[in-house]
Design a protein around this ligand. Structure first.
Ligand SMILES: *[C@@H]1O[C@H](CO)[C@@H](O)[C@H](O)[C@H]1NC(C)=O
Ligand SMILES: *[C@@H]1O[C@H](CO)[C@@H](O)[C@H](O)[C@H]1NC(C)=O
Ligand SMILES: *[C@@H]1O[C@H](CO)[C@@H](O)[C@H](O)[C@H]1NC(C)=O
Length: 435
């Protein structure tokens, strides 16, 4: 018994240290909260101005589901498992079927040192997108790294992938996730998704890069930080691949080679345009508890209708878009506001437009509204965290048109997963143009 007990001791120590790190973080943020009069809450955030007596359209662009009876977002169900942060992509061969992926949420034995991503084929049943068979976990191996130091040292013991994003490139699907890094403490890894599930495809035929899990790098010199997350990959008009590391206060992006290495930072070539656009349209970050960070993968869109015979994709009407978040963390409760950023699909990849108002996902709990997942401050709306987007239609990969249907996948209050489907034009019209 004693031997057994002492064997598991290091795990408890690791767990304790991990919790300690988190407590120190929260305490630091809390100090900021106490030093701030709550009166300043409403200064920059649309989240706090939308209440039950004002119209959502005053502060947000509301999107409604094309699938659910009440037009509100739908839940995503992974059998009996709880999950957060959803991804939805069309199934390669089955109609009206999507592959869904999300992070397993531990309920009975909470072990933050072990992580897994659930996956299954899913269909709609009574307004819920749910697994046809019990979900499996993605066969993503743990990675090792010796670069977690100081208060982060405990993260060396992490096992398994964090917060996977699953998305289509122009030809193939990919998974991108966080795991122990060879360059910093926590980095971003990517793999051809066809190697991780039964894709109705012989994986041995894969010859391009990312056949196996490969760490995505960022150029040096640059602000490589100890824990990197929320990177996204994009493809230019010739299907060449790039990695995008930051959207604000400055953009950083570079060419991405198939072995994971990165070319030089390309953002300076677009900075003259981008700096002006950020100053003009980027939502204001007015406090240390407010930040802007990348959220979703990217897709490319032609700003005219698929059904229009004169609508021919070109560099002039086709852009890459992504969703980023304005985030606040007052009263230890995170609130996220999703915005779209559009940029050129050809060098120098200059910013084209930024949403003038954030997206409101129909069904998200409003300030003061009851019936949410768990108690939250009265002054806050529900925490809805967008993780991924994809075209809804079978066979559609990276590119779409303004009248195509889009899926957004998200997590709600770090407790459950949700999704919503709507015509992409709903969020791309009336954006603030850079010029
Ligand atoms: C609701 O919001 C409106 C406009 O933002 C504001 O004038 C009003 O005082 C708010 N009402 C409550 C009950 O907070
Ligand atoms: C899926 O739908 C398309 C278009 O309706 C049809 O051509 C195809 O045969 C269907 N595939 C399957 C596997 O049912
Ligand atoms: C990775 O790919 C780039 C571009 O093809 C090449 O220059 C570099 O040498 C490769 N690195 C390694 C470690 O193979």
């Amino acid at each position: 018994m004693l031997a057994r007990g002492s064997k598991s001791l290091p795990h408890f120590v690791a767990l304790f240290l991990f919790v300690l790190v988190i407590c120190v973080r929260l305490w630091t943020e809390k100090r900021l909260i106490f030093s701030d009069p709550l009166g300043s809450l409403s200064i920059t955030s649309p989240a706090y101005s939308g209440n039950l007596t004002s119209s959502i359209s005053n502060t947000h662009i509301e999107v409604h589901s094309l699938t659910t009876a009440d037009k509100r977002y739908f839940h995503i169900k992974f059998g009996q498992h709880a999950a957060i942060n959803a991804n939805i992509i069309p199934h390669p061969v089955l109609n009206d079927t999507w592959i869904i992926v999300a992070q397993l949420r531990q309920i009975t034995v909470i072990n933050i040192g072990w992580n897994a991503q659930l996956v299954c084929d899913a269909v709609f049943k009574e307004n819920v997108l749910e697994c046809v068979d019990p979900p499996l976990i993605l066969p993503i191996a743990a990675t090792t790294g010796e670069n977690c130091n100081g208060e982060l040292e405990v993260l060396r013991r992490n096992v398994g992938p964090h917060d996977a994003r699953v998305f289509y490139g122009p030809k193939t699907p990919f998974a991108l996730w966080g795991s122990n890094s060879q360059h910093v403490c926590f980095g971003q890894w990517m793999q051809d998704f066809r190697n991780l599930v039964n894709w109705a495809y012989v994986p041995g035929m894969l010859t391009d890069g990312f056949r196996l899990a490969t760490e995505v790098q960022r150029p040096l010199p640059g602000p490589y930080t100890a824990i990197e997350k929320n990177w996204f990959v994009f493809w230019d008009q010739n299907d060449e691949m790039y990695a995008h590391y930051s959207v604000a206060p400055k953009r950083y992006f570079s060419k991405l080679n198939s072995n994971g290495s990165a070319g030089p930072d390309l953002a300076p070539l677009a900075a003259a345009n981008d700096d002006k656009c950020i100053a003009k349209h980027m939502p204001v970050v007015g406090h240390a508890l407010e930040t802007i960070h990348q959220a979703s993968n990217s897709l490319s869109v032609t700003l005219c209708r698929r059904s229009d015979p004169t609508c021919i994709p070109s560099d002039l009407n086709t852009f890459i878009f992504t969703i980023f978040h304005w985030r606040s963390f007052y009263k230890l409760h995170a609130v996220y506001e999703p915005y779209v950023m559009m940029f050129q699909r050809h060098a120098p990849f200059a910013m084209h437009a930024i949403s003038q108002k954030p997206i409101w996902i129909s069904g998200r709990g409003r300030v003061g509204e009851a019936g949410t997942l768990r108690p939250r401050p009265d002054e806050d709306s529900e925490m809805v965290y967008v993780t991924s987007m994809s075209w809804k239609t079978q066979g559609q990969k990276y590119h779409g048109y303004i009248d195509d249907m889009l899926f957004l996948g998200f997590g709600i209050e770090d407790r459950v997963t949700g999704g919503i489907d709507f015509v992409v034009g709903d969020i791309l019209l009336n954006m603030g143009l850079c010029e």
